[in-house]
Design a protein around this ligand. Structure first.
Ligand code: FAD
Length: 526
């Protein structure tokens, strides 16, 4: 029975894994989490992808209870600024495309072009983001319920049973507060917490991990070891010598500098989206939490020095950045060749990482944990289970890499060496061919196969249409069809968006209201 799980690392990956395993298996397995008090967590990673809601719901956590504790806010999508030209912005929202007469509305948009704003014409969420609205009413009702009650076609019909479906929003949260919250959750459910440094990882004669050695607590034995030690990959890469497959040739951004900026949200409001602003050697993220902004410049060390990057970030933030300490981070871009080797599974940065342009770090963690449960070695070790797990994780990360490369190749911006080089750099397998196809037929499920990486055709389409660097044509068949229904749908989306902007509260007032309530009253706030 492989029932003793030892997790090394107490960052987001470690605590998400500990809580999920305890919630799933209860006392049928033991979970021990060892973390160093001397090695800090990465300290960033605060924007998520919409499937994250499955994670919280699975743990049985009510968002109106945990969100205020983690200074969390809603995220309806990503706002891309200046990727096409200075001053231009568009959204990649969590909203599926509607289909009219068998064609996605995006293709009808290319044919009819009702306005210059593709995102506003085909997605309701773009207008909600511009107007900084909360997706929920004070009563806790979600905006999609308006569609149902008004008799319109609902944008989403998701049920938890359909695990791969997406919700129309994700979260921003303070990563260290969330780790603390999940630590409490896991410990209440029996996870053992050891604060100590792992000083050695001991292998048996087969080359499997037999135990770890900690400085003060001595040896800790286990059956399954989970490496959540971040970029250092203490177990997977160092002890087991699993090679790291770099993505640097296709994604050159390898550094970041970050700031935590307090802001008066009553004055600024809270945007319900992450913002990614294109810069001279990369891009700056802006993540609005309740009470502060997380921001950072992701850049390529070959094009920009750390000093230049920090100065660019400080200028971007303005006087609020004065006196704040900057956190400089070197990023390891790519993945461990296999995430699961013998009796060790890497989860989090030790498994793999791509720049956070689409907020996929925590998504990788969630996907890894869900797959770990599905492949859990209950009775005995089975090589086929490990292979299946490794294949899925590799495909997921390779798929996200491809999607990110598309962001740079597809951006109209080409005003300096960094952006020009992005147009000639190597493309991952098959992307060049698919880009050709997408010029006349926008991405559909089959053409983004073989990857499962959470992104759906609407994501690819949003980026291709928003970035503006790749010429796109509507399918010729649309010229032979009556476009009346499509025109009506554009009109309906505009009407729905205006109506919702009028009726939904601002994101700031929604959370100010929630924070004002005593914690015991938040779950039934209205
Ligand atoms: P870490 O946070 O590095 O934790 C490592 C843990 O291992 C620590 O607890 C440390 O104490 C412990 N440890 C290390 N060595 C030892 C030892 N010898 N003994 C005991 N313990 C040890 N993801 C997103 O989803 N959205 C984002 O917006 C996003 N932005 C990011 C921006 C940047 C610049 C970077 C670099 C990453 C970003 N990520 C983002 C990724 C996200 O931060 C990580 O996926 C997430 O924080 C998980 O990190 P981790 O737990 O794997 O590692």
């Amino acid at each position: 029975m492989q029932s003793r799980v030892v997790i090394v690392g107490g960052g987001t990956a470690g605590w998400m894994t500990a809580s999920y395993l305890r919630a799933t298996f209860g006392d049928r397995i033991s979970v021990t989490l060892v973390e160093s008090s001397g090695v800090a967590t990465i300290g960033v990673g605060e924007a998520t992808f919409s499937t994250i809601r499955h994670f919280f719901e699975y743990l049985g956590l009510d968002e109106r209870e945990w969100m205020p504790e983690c200074h969390a806010t809603y995220k309806l999508g990503i706002r891309f600024e200046n990727w096409r030209r200075p001053g231009h912005h568009f959204y990649h929202p969590f909203e599926r495309l509607r289909v009219v007469d068998g064609f996605p509305l995006s293709e009808w948009w290319l044919h009819q072009r009702p306005s210059e704003r593709f995102d506003q014409d085909v997605f309701v969420i773009a207008s909600l983001c511009d107007a900084m609205r909360s997706p929920r009413h004070q009563s806790g009702r979600l905006f999609e319920q308006d569609f149902v009650e008004n008799g319109d076609q609902p944008v989403y019909r998701t049920t938890l049973a359909e695990q791969d479906t997406q919700f129309p929003y994700a979260y921003h949260f303070d990563a260290s507060l969330l780790a603390g919250f999940l630590a409490k959750y896991a410990k209440q459910r029996g996870a053992v917490h050891v604060v100590d440094d792992v000083v050695d990882v001991v292998l048996d004669e087969r080359g499997w991990i037999s135990h770890i050695v900690t400085r003060d607590f001595g040896e800790i034995e286990g059956d399954l070891f989970v490496d959540c030690t971040g970029f250092r990959g203490l177990l997977i890469n160092q002890a087991l010598a699993e090679p790291f497959v770099s993505y640097q040739d296709t994604l050159p951004n390898d550094r970041a500098v970050a700031l935590r900026v307090p802001v008066d949200m009553a004055k600024t409001g809270i945007r319900p989206c992450t913002t990614a602003s294109a810069m001279d050697a990369g891009w700056i993220w802006t993540i609005p939490l309740y009470g502060r902004i997380g921001t950072g410049y992701v850049y390529a060390g070959d094009y920009c020095t750390p000093e230049e990057a920090e100065s660019t970030l400080r200028k971007f933030v303005g006087p609020a950045a004065d006196e704040l300490e900057a956190n400089h981070i070197r990023m390891r871009i790519g993945r461990s060749r296999r995430s699961w080797v013998h009796n060790c599974v890497a989860v989090g940065l030790s498994s793999g990482f791509v720049e956070p342009l689409e907020s996929t770090g925590i998504f990788f963690i969630q996907h890894a944990i869900e797959q770990l449960v599905k492949h859990f070695p209950a009775e005995s070790w089975d090589e086929r289970q490990r292979d299946s797990y490794n294949q899925r994780m590799a495909r997921c990360m390779d798929g996200v890499r491809e999607f990110l490369v598309l962001h740079y190749r597809g951006a109209a911006r080409a005003d300096n060496a960094y952006w020009r080089d992005a147009k000639t750099r190597t493309l991952p397998d098959g992307l060049a061919e698919r880009l050709e196809q997408w010029q006349t037929r926008l991405p559909d499920t089959e053409s983004i196969f073989p990857y499962f990486h959470g992104f759906e055709p609407y994501s690819y389409t949003s980026m291709l249409l928003g970035l503006g660097g790749i010429p796109l044509r509507p399918p010729p068949a649309l010229g032979l069809l009556d476009g009346t229904a499509a025109a009506k749908e554009f009109q309906a989306i505009g009407d729905q968006a205006r109506d919702l902007v009028n009726r939904l509260p601002s994101q700031y007032s929604y959370f100010a209201h929630l924070h004002d309530l005593p914690p015991e009253r938040r779950a039934d706030a209205s």
